[in-house]
Design a binder for this molecule. Structure first.
Ligand SMILES: *[C@@H]1O[C@H](CO)[C@@H](O)[C@H](O)[C@H]1NC(C)=O
Ligand SMILES: *[C@@H]1O[C@H](CO)[C@@H](O)[C@H](O)[C@H]1NC(C)=O
Ligand SMILES: *[C@@H]1O[C@H](CO)[C@@H](O)[C@H](O)[C@H]1NC(C)=O
Ligand SMILES: *[C@@H]1O[C@H](CO)[C@@H](O)[C@H](O)[C@H]1NC(C)=O
Ligand SMILES: *[C@@H]1O[C@H](CO)[C@@H](O)[C@H](O)[C@H]1NC(C)=O
Length: 691
C-alpha cells in the first residue's frame, strides 16, 4: 500500500457525476471492455511468464524443537528483480529501494551469512535468487554448516555431557551457520548460464535506471517453494497423525535411509571378536539436490570400498582362518545428528545389530576404525581418545604400529598420531558413548580443524580444490594425486587388517590398484554415468548426473547412492558362483548381474538408518537424546517464473476502474431495487419477495 499513498482519488474517472441513464451505457461498455481486456491479458500472461530452468531451492527441515531453512508463501513470493553485483547494489536495496517487494538476484560471491541476514531483515526483500556465474571469481570458502557439526549429538548428547568441540578453534572453521537458521523467504540457486543471462537481460531492459522504476513496467520474479511444515518435528508429526487431517497431506517425514553392512566372514558363524571399519554414506548442502559431498563423504567411501575389495580377495586366496571378523559399515544420515550410527549403537545395545540372530555386542568390538575426509595433499592423522586402560596387547596400539610398518613398505606417508579428549565429528562417538573404553580411531586428513573449505556445501564437488581430482580415464599413469593416495591407503589398510585378524600372517605382495581408484572416484565425485556403475547392471538410463548424497526422508525408496554402492560392493567383493542363468541364481545371498551375466554370492546386507527417536515408543522429541530431524513436505510446484509486471500507474488505473465499477453496480442495484415497483409494475410480487 506504500505506493498508493502517493496518489489521490482525484485521478479516478469522474463517472460518479454522470446522469443515471448514462450509467447503464457505461456499464455495458465497460463490461465489453473487460472481456477484451481479459482475453488479451491471457495472451500476455502466456507470453510473458517464463519458467526458469535448472534452479534448486532451499527447503525446510525441522528438529525436535526448531525449524531450519526456507519457505515461500502458498502461491509463491513475487518481487521486482534487483541484481546485486557489488556492495553498492546491496546498499541500494536495503536503503533506497522504492517498490514494496523485491526479489534479489545475487551473485554467489556476494552470498554469505551477513548479506543474507541483512536481506532477511529488510521488509522489502521477498526472495533471494543466487546465481553462480563462471565469469565471477570462485569462492575461497563456503560452508553453510555449523562450525561445530552435530554439536548436540554423539558424545555431546545431553546424556553423556561431554565436550566435543572447541568454540575458539572449531572443527569447521569455515562454517557460516547458514543452514542452522530459519529464513523468512524462499532462496533459490542456479548455475545455469542461460538462466542467469535471462534474468540479467530482463533486469537491464526493464528495471534500469533505478530512479524511474515507479513509472514503468518492471521485470519481476516469482519464487515458489511452499513448505507445509512449521514450528518443529513434534508439532508437524502430530499434525500428520491428527484425526482431523482428513486429506492425505503429510506435513513432514523423518529423515533416514539404510546403513550398508558387509561382513568379511558370514555372521551365522559366530565370532568372538569384530573389527568395525566405517565411513559415512551421506552429505548435505543448503540447496536441495546439490549435496555433492566429495571430500565430506565420497573419498572415504571409495577408500572403504577398495579396502573391502582387497581384504576379501586376500582372505579368499589365503588358507589362514581369521581369528577376528571384519565388518565394513557405511552409515547413512550422519549429517543430521548421526542418524545411522546412533541407530546402529541403539540396535547394538538392544541386541539386534546387525541381525537379531547372532547379534554383535559392544564388548565384542575389538577395534573401531573410521575413515573421515580423506584427501591426498593435506597430511593424514590418527585421531583417538587417550586410552582408558593400558594393556600390553592393546588392539589400537597393535593396529597403529602395524599400519606404520606397512605404510613404510609401500612408501605411503606415515600418519601422525593425535591423542585428544575430543574426538572429531564421527560415527565412532556413538559407540564410545556406549562403551567408553572402546578402542577406536578416526583416520582423517585434518588435524584440529577441517581442511575442507566447502564442507556440506554444493561446492564440495569434483572441482573442490581440496580434493583436486582429475580423471585419468586409463590414459595417465598414477602420479602424486588423489587416485594414488586412495589406492595406496586402501592397500595399506587392507594389509594391516589382514595382519591384525590373522595374527601376523604375511599377506601376499600386492600393488596399489590405481585404475580402480580412478574409476571409482570418477563415479562418486564426477558422474554416476561411469564404467563401474554401468557394469553393475543398474538401469543405464538412470545413470546421468552426479550423485546427490542427501539422505532425504525415510522409507519411500532406497536412495540411489545406497543402491549403487550396494551393487558396486557386490561386484567388488562377491564370490562368483557356477550359475550362468538368471533362473539358477536364486537365494538370499546371491545377486544376478544382468550386464555381465554372472551370479555373485555375498554377505552384504542393510540395516535401518532411522533415528531411535522415531522407533522408541513414547520418546519425547524435544529431549535431544536422539536425532529428531524431519523434512517438510511441499506441493508440486518448486519453481521460479519471470514476468514483466505492469507499471505502478497501470496497476493504479485498473484499481480505479475496478472500484468505480463496484460503486456503480452497488448504486445501480440499490436504485433498481428502490424503483422496482414503478419499473416492473408487479407490486404483489415485490411484496411477496420482501416477506
Ligand atoms: C534443534 O536445534 C537447535 C539449534 O540448532 C538446538 O538448540 C536444539 O537443541 C535442537 N533440538 C533438538 C531436540 O535436538
Ligand atoms: C556496482 O555494480 C553496478 C552494476 O550493477 C555498477 O554500475 C557500479 O559501478 C558498481 N559499483 C562499484 C563501486 O563497483
Ligand atoms: C529472518 O526473518 C524472520 C522474520 O522476520 C525472523 O523470524 C528470522 O529469525 C530471521 N532469520 C535470521 C537468520 O535472522
Ligand atoms: C574415456 O575414454 C573413452 C575412450 O577413450 C571415451 O570414449 C570416454 O568419453 C572418456 N570418458 C571421459 C569422461 O572422458
Ligand atoms: C539381511 O537382513 C535381513 C533382516 O534385516 C535378514 O532377514 C536377511 O536374512 C539378511 N540377509 C542376508 C543375506 O544376510
Amino acid at each position: 500500500m506504500y505506493l498508493y499513498e502517493q496518489h489521490n482519488f482525484a485521478r479516478c474517472p469522474k463517472s460518479l457525476s454522470f446522469l443515471w441513464y448514462y450509467r447503464f451505457l457505461l456499464l455495458f461498455l465497460v463490461s465489453n471492455l473487460l472481456t477484451v481486456h481479459e482475453v488479451s491479458a491471457r495472451i500476455v500472461y502466456d507470453r510473458m511468464y517464463l519458467q526458469l530452468d535448472a534452479v534448486n531451492a532451499c527447503i525446510l527441515r525441522l528438529n525436535g524443537t526448531h525449524s531450519f531453512g526456507c519457505t515461500s508463501s502458498r502461491s509463491g513470493n513475487v518481487g521486482v528483480v534487483h541484481v546485486i553485483n557489488n556492495n553498492t547494489d546491496l546498499q541500494w536495496i536495503l536503503k533506497e529501494s522504492k517498490m514494496d517487494a523485491y526479489v534479489v538476484a545475487i551473485f554467489s560471491d556476494m552470498f554469505n551469512f551477513n548479506n543474507l541476514r541483512a536481506l532477511n531483515d529488510s521488509e522489502r526483500v521477498n526472495g533471494v535468487f543466487v546465481m553462480q556465474s563462471p565469469s565471477r571469481s570462485p569462492l575461497e570458502n563456503f560452508s553453510p554448516e555449523d562450525t561445530c557439526p552435530n554439536r548436540y549429538s554423539g558424545l555431546a548428547n545431553p546424556t553423556s555431557k561431554r565436550e566435543t568441540c572447541n568454540e575458539k578453534k572449531p572443527w569447521n572453521p569455515f562454517g557460516n551457520m547458514m543452514s542452522m537458521y530459519k529464513w523468512k523467504m524462499p532462496v533459490f540457486f542456479t548455475s545455469d548460464n542461460e538462466t542467469i543471462n535471462l534474468v540479467k537481460n530482463c533486469y537491464q531492459m526493464h528495471n534500469l535506471p533505478l530512479e524511474t522504476q515507479l513509472e514503468r513496467p518492471l521485470c519481476a520474479l516469482q519464487l515458489s517453494s511452499h513448505m507445509f511444515a512449521a514450528v518443529d518435528s513434534r508439532t508437524c508429526l502430530r499434525r500428520n497423525n491428527s484425526p482431523y487431517n482428513i486429506n492425505p497431506i503429510r506435513y513432514c517425514d523423518p529423515l533416514g535411509d539404510q546403513n550398508i553392512i558387509l561382513p568379511l566372514i558370514p555372521l551365522d558363524k559366530p565370532h568372538e571378536k569384530y573389527i568395525i571399519v566405517s565411513a559415512r554414506l551421506d552429505s548435505t548442502s543448503f540447496f536441495h539436490n546439490l549435496a555433492s559431498g566429495s571430500l565430506s563423504t565420497a573419498t572415504s567411501l571409495v577408500a572403504l570400498l577398495m579396502t573391502s575389495q582387497i581384504l576379501t580377495d586376500m582372505i579368499r586366496k589365503s588358507d589362514v582362518h581369521p581369528r577376528t571378523n571384519v565388518l565394513f559399515v557405511l552409515f547413512n544420515g550422519e549429517a543430521y545428528d548421526y542418524i545411522g550410527s546412533s541407530r546402529a549403537a541403539w540396535d547394538m545395545k538392544n541386541g539386534r545389530f546387525p541381525l537379531k540372530e547372532n547379534p554383535i555386542r559392544i564388548e565384542d568390538v575389538e577395534l573401531f576404525v573410521e575413515l573421515s575426509q580423506l584427501t591426498w595433499n593435506t597430511g593424514l592423522w590418527y585421531h583417538h581418545l587417550p586410552p582408558t586402560k593400558t594393556k600390553t596387547d592393546d588392539p589400537l596400539r597393535t593396529f597403529i604400529s602395524t599400519f606404520n610398518q606397512t605404510a613404510e613398505t609401500y612408501k605411503f606417508t606415515k600418519p601422525e598420531e593425535l591423542v585428544d579428549t575430543m574426538l572429531p565429528p564421527s560415527s565412532l562417538q556413538n559407540f564410545v558413548a556406549l562403551e567408553p573404553s572402546l578402542p577406536g580411531l578416526v583416520f582423517a586428513s585434518y588435524q584440529k580443524q577441517f581442511k575442507n573449505h566447502f564442507y556440506h556445501s554444493l561446492y564440495d564437488n569434483a572441482t573442490n580444490p581440496d580434493v583436486d581430482f582429475i580423471y585419468a580415464n586409463g590414459t595417465r599413469p598414477a602420479g602424486n594425486d588423489l587416485q594414488a593416495f586412495i589406492a595406496k591407503f586402501s592397500l595399506v589398510l587392507a594389509q594391516t587388517l589382514f595382519k591384525q585378524i590373522t595374527v601376523g600372517s604375511k599377506p601376499s605382495e600386492l600393488q596399489p590398484n590405481y585404475t580402480l581408484a580412478d574409476e571409482l572416484l570418477y563415479c562418486y565425485l564426477v558422474s554416476s554415468d561411469c564404467k563401474i556403475f554401468a557394469e553393475t547392471g543398474y538401469n543405464k538410463l538412470a545413470l546421468k548426473s552426479s550423485l546427490d548424497y542427501y539422505v532425504s526422508v525415510f522409507g519411500l525408496q532406497q536412495n540411489r547412492v545406497t543402491t549403487l554402492t550396494i551393487l558396486a560392493m557386490v561386484d567388488l567383493t562377491g564370490t562368483r558362483t557356477n550359475a550362468t542363468e538368471r533362473d539358477d541364481c536364486k537365494g538370499q545371498k546371491v545377486w544376478w548381474n544382468a550386464e555381465k551375466r554372472i551370479c555373485l554370492e555375498t554377505e552384504i546386507n542393510v540395516t535401518e538408518a532411522r533415528s531411535p527417536a522415531f522407533v522408541e515408543p513414547g520418546y519425547d522429541l524435544a529431549s535431544g537424546v536422539y536425532s529428531s530431524w524431519t523434512e517438510s513436505s511441499w506441493g508440486q510446484e518448486m519453481e521460479v517464473r519471470m514476468f514483466v509486471k505492469p507499471s505502478a500507474g497501470y496497476e493504479w488505473l485498473v484499481f480505479c476502474i475496478g472500484n468505480s465499477i463496484m460503486l456503480l453496480s452497488l448504486t445501480t442495484v440499490f436504485w433498481i431495487k428502490r424503483n422496482a415497483p414503478e419499473l416492473f409494475n408487479y407490486p404483489q410480487l415485490i411484496a411477496a419477495a420482501n416477506i
